[in-house]
Every structure is written in C-alpha cells, then in structure tokens.
Design a protein around this ligand. Sequence first.
Ligand SMILES: [Zn+2]
Ligand SMILES: [Zn+2]
Length: 336
Amino acid sequence: MRALCLDYELRTLVEREVSPAQPPSSGEVLLRIEEIGVCATDRELARFRFGVPPEGDSYLILGHEALAQVEWVGADVTTLHRGDWVTPLIRRNCAPQCGSCVTGRRDLCETGQYFERGINRAHGYFTECVTDPEADLLPVPESLLDVAVLAEPLSVVEKAIETAFRCHPLTPRTAIITGAGPVGLLAAFALQVRGLAVTVVSKEPEDHPRVALLRRAGVVYMRSQAPPPADIVMEASGAAEATLAALEWIAPHGVFILIGAPELDLPVPALRMILENLTVAGVVNAARQHFEAALYDLGNIPRPWLESLIERRPFDAWRDSLAAPAITPKTVHRVR
Ligand SMILES: [Zn+2]
Ligand SMILES: [Zn+2]
C-alpha cells in the first residue's frame, strides 16, 4: 500500500510501499482514506524540524487532517458501520494515562508522553488504509463530506474560541485575526458566524484571492494600517513581527490568543494586563468536544466560503504541496 513518508534514515520525504493496515481487532475499525489536508505543520515536518517516527520504524507516515470511510468494523464496535464517514482525533493517550488523558482531554496531557498520528510517534493518514480505535473517530454527516477535511484545523480554532470566551470577563463583540492562512480564515469565519465584527490583518496584497474571499464574507481586511483594538485578538500568522504588533491591539478586558507559533519571547504588557484585565493565552491541539464544535460550524458557515478555501490535488502531487503553500489556503489530496 502506498504512503507518503518522512524517511528518518535518508532525511527526506518519499512515497513508498508500506505493509497493509492490520485487520481491525476488537473495538477498532479499518478505514479507507478519502482525503488528506496539508498544513504548515506538515511542511515543518517535511523539513525535519520536529516529528518522531513510531518506535521500531525508521519512517513516519505523514498526514493528520483526514476524511475516511469505514471499510471493516471489528468485534465490539457499536457506533460505526461499514460505509460511515469519519474524521480522526489526532492526539492519543499517554500510557499509563494521566489525569487529563483519562478524562478525554488529551490536548491537556500532563505527562507530554502522548502520541499524535502523523506527527509524533504514530503513523498518519497519507496512505490508503489505516486501522483506528472506534473511540478516536468522529462520525461525519454526508451533508458535510465536501468540507469535512477542514474539521481538524477548525478544531484548533474552536479550542481557541472557547478559550477566548472563557477568559473574557464580558461579552466579546469584536475580533482581530492576524494571518490569512487556513487557520486565520477559519477563525475569521467561525467568529463571523457568532456575530462578532471581525478584522483580518495580514500581508496579502489587496487584489489577492484570499482578501476577496474575506471581503465576500463581510470581514474587514487591513494590510498596512493598525486596526482599532478588539475584544479578542487571535494570532494565526506565526510571524514574530505580526505577533508583536497584535499585542498592541487588545482592547480593555480583552483576550490575546496565540495559535500560530512565532519564534520569539513575548514581552507581555504587564501593567496593562493588570489595569485592563487582559489575558494572554496559548492553545494547542483539540479535544473531541472541539472536533464536534468544528463539525457543527462546518454546517453553519456558508458553504461557498468554505469551498473557496480548498484546492484538491491527486495523491501524486504531494511534492509541490509540501514545498510551499498554494494561493488557495488549504491543499487537499485525494487519496483514493
Ligand atoms: Zn494540520
Ligand atoms: Zn496524558
């Protein structure tokens, strides 16, 4: 079976034959992969910036944003049936399980010894078939099939939104997102459908298709001037300069959320944080509840906005996708 792999001996990205997925044991299902989304994490993995292969293997199968169809259910599988569509949770329990993992909040794993499919010590989904526990899969309704591959990146956004609303002592009405990548755009849409007035600040020129898409969605776009302060400021660019600038845009009582991963130590405005009740928070990964919120929002966000995010390519075209982002925010590979 073909798979896109990081080869840790040759330090390169290769397509290779790997042994077929194991038949499902009790509580597991065999999945046929339909689509795989590619993101900045995959591009960083392809540069060997992080990522660890499973124990005993010299390679890691890439791919953590997946839409798949159930092909074969093992004994004791109760909620899934052959033909059902699913998207997988990415992070898996540490073992023995810590207090967070045991309650299903692996995104808050206390030992750091978790596994992440396609990233950390567990193979991903950029292949034909995989076996997965039923408990790690989320059923996808047929009505969402054309956009369900966005569930994983949106789940991280959902965790960021939940964190922002939890930390804000009043009701947030305005939001600024820095960065117009897939996560920035999904955050803008998800906040827009919640009724917030959203501004995206990024470096794309005014005639860029992503800017046109934001404007169509009623989102304000700013490139050169500073936006008025907002109740929620979400950093999704990963750029140090943008992150520093965005720190200045938090309104009193506001929440600053880091989703992008800029390589800098943030000089937090300590006195303002106290006098204006500011919160600065970071979020990583997502729990089942955030995947559920993502599927809910995928049904809620106008479909043309979501469809404009996606460019589909065949399996073979992975080299271009992993080398650099395309103009369309989310590159999705058809695997089947
Ligand atoms: Zn991703
Ligand atoms: Zn844990």
